[in-house]
Design a protein around this ligand. Structure first.
Ligand code: 9G3
Length: 567
């Protein structure tokens, strides 16, 4: 491709609406343009990257036994009523109607549609296992579309669904996908980590996320430095460090006047009690019932763990006025002693004694509070977020934290959808059984953005070779010099003939402008042709991820490029 012919409108300025690096660079380098909030056009350079990602995904899905199909984007409401998800997802679905006033949604995912499809055409265990996938645009009306391609309202997803006769079959399909996903991220040349994930929301059992590691990542990952335990912080199991268990004698419960002191920090200052000897009381409404969740003073509540513990469908922070009415005090003065609602305490709190908390009376706290003597817990559970330094739940190691971008997610669904959609087959004994399902997603457009988040410098993108829009860029310093132009053309032809994807910057621009653009769009290998080196039969080569360039004999160019690209 000649740069003079390529549509890649680069921008000098950093677009003001772009909050993260991948969004800024993909806009600036002429890969994407916004059409409306969370909806983007992919320009030629982006299309090339996406196609490469898709092809790697496609090859690995096929290798694992997947068969590609294309399902409609338009889905009728009735299917979603059957699964109960039309009302569950509500506003997050893009809805539309036809001339007969029938209702539809633009597909946010395809469990309902594919379950219906397979149920209609697979009647016997002989047709199983079946793994079907597609690569297609998905639509979700996010409240706050943000971060460019990271959280778009229209995005490209690969979604595969597995249908098996039983749980053992599902285990096999799940393992195949797990392995295929690892191969995909290896081949994409991205640093990634597989982590245990929460699957509660879609009613599954086991679930793993594939995280591309990047400092800007939205997801927090904990991992063990000794064993291979890794989990999304939402899911990470917290054990109680036995070292914190207090051996003190119980002291008498004491009520203290604490005028105006509301926060944990206020009490650290006012009473000199460290956060680790205080507890915090958080009030939630769980399916309409007011409950209290209690954590050590320095800990963060994990709402997903609380929701799972309560087995609640709807969980939100309680209204302060309601709390005041029922408990007798506002948020800053609550505590479990005399609390008239169910109390759920974190595991760690169960190991503490003589701690301080609010007295359910504004401007008063209790000190030397003890579980069982002073209050009763309805349940003890793991409710807090893991933090760096926690003990690993699997071994003697300690947990560390890193950030990542969720680019893949695999779930064991079981019969959640086949039961709802009444999707069955006849087993080898002629018995009717529900399909046992799994679903497996890859955010293709998000993977492109994640690749940028992980691979850039102050000058622009640094594409990993397997997904670069072009592998090589040839930059003649001055296209008006006949010898440079001829050599550029010659190398362009030779490299192209060798199956290498080359962009020739044949524009009549200053060398500085061309170097800047080459860096910005992130082509992995640059070949510069200048008159001085040309007299010695050499060109200059530079790897985008290294500082220094090096000279290569004209005759050795093909071989050198080959070695770098196909090493
Ligand atoms: C919806 C809307 C948003 C959604 C969903 C449904 C997330 C929904 C979870 C999944 C699970 C898997 C297939 C590929 C792998 C992931 N957001 N999820 O189901 F209606 Cl509006 O999509 N789907």
């Amino acid at each position: 491709m000649k740069a003079s012919q390529l549509f890649y409108p680069t921008l000098r300025e950093v677009p003001s609406e772009a909050e993260i690096v991948s969004h800024q660079l993909l806009l600036r380098a002429g890969f994407i343009r916004k059409n409306t909030a969370g909806v983007y056009t992919y320009l030629p350079l982006a299309r090339r990257v996406l196609r490469k990602i898709e092809n790697i995904v496609r090859e690995e899905m096929d290798k694992a036994g997947g068969q590609e199909i294309v399902m409609p984007i338009i889905q009728p409401r009735e299917l979603w009523d059957k699964s109960g998800r039309w009302s569950l997802y509500g506003e997050e679905m893009f809805k539309l109607g036809d001339r007969h006033k029938r209702e539809f949604a633009l597909g946010p995912t395809h469990e309902e549609l594919i379950t219906t499809l397979v149920n209609a055409d697979v009647h016997s265990y002989k047709g199983l296992p079946l793994l079907l996938y597609q690569i297609q645009n998905k639509y979700r009306d996010e409240i706050r579309p943000r971060f460019g391609l990271m959280r778009g309202r229209e995005f490209i997803m690969k979604d595969l669904y597995s249908f098996d006769v039983d749980d053992a079959g599902l285990d096999v399909s799940y393992q195949k996908m797990h392995k295929a996903y690892q191969q995909i991220y290896e081949r994409l040349n991205l640093k990634y980590r597989v982590v245990q994930a929460d699957s509660g929301a879609i009613g599954g059992k086991e679930s793993h996320e594939f995280m591309v590691l990047a400092a800007s990542g939205e997801s927090e990952i904990v991992y063990c430095t000794l064993c291979d335990y890794a989990a999304n912080v939402e899911k990470a199991v917290c054990s109680v460090d036995q070292a914190v268990r207090t051996e003190e004698e119980s002291r008498p419960l004491t009520k203290v006047h604490t005028p105006g002191q509301k926060t944990i920090n206020d009490i650290v200052e006012f009473l000199g009690i460290p956060k680790t000897k205080q507890i915090k009381t958080l009030m939630y409404s769980a399916d309409g019932e007011l409950i209290a969740a209690i954590l050590r003073g320095d800990r963060e509540l994990n709402e997903i763990k609380l929701k799972n513990t309560l087995q609640a469908n709807e969980l939100f922070m309680a209204d302060e006025a309601v709390v005041k009415e029922i408990c007798g005090a506002g948020f800053g003065s609550l505590g479990p002693v005399g609390m008239p609602v169910r109390i759920y305490i974190d595991l760690e709190v169960a190991a503490m004694n003589n701690f301080a908390c609010g007295a359910n009376e504004d401007d008063y706290h209790f000190t030397n509070v003890n579980l069982d003597r002073d209050f009763t817990a309805y349940a003890v559970a793991d409710l807090r977020n893991a933090v760096a330094g926690d003990k690993c739940p699997c071994c003697e190691g300690n947990l560390q934290m890193i950030r990542g971008i969720e680019v893949g997610h695999i779930f064991k669904l079981g019969t959640r959808y086949s039961q709802a959609m009444q999707a069955t087959f006849l087993d080898d004994k002629g018995q009717e059984q529900f399909f046992v399902m799994g679903c497996y997603g890859i955010g293709v457009s998000r993977t492109m953005a994640a690749a940028v988040e992980q691979n850039y410098d102050e000058n622009g993108i640094i594409w990993p070779l397997p997904i670069a829009p072009f592998q090589v860029i040839i930059v003649p310093v001055n296209i008006n010099q006949a010898d440079q132009k001829a050599m550029a053309e010659q190398l362009y032809q030779q490299l192209t003939a060798n199956g290498i994807e080359v962009l020739l910057d044949d524009r009549d621009e200053r060398a500085g402008v061309k170097f800047k653009d080459a860096d910005l769009i992130g082509i992995p290998l640059r070949i510069t042709i200048g008159s001085k080196t040309l007299q010695e039969n050499k060109v200059e080569m530079k790897k985008r991820w290294e500082k220094e360039s090096f000279l290569v004999d004209i005759d050795a160019v093909i071989g050198t490029v080959h070695d770098i690209i196909f090493k």
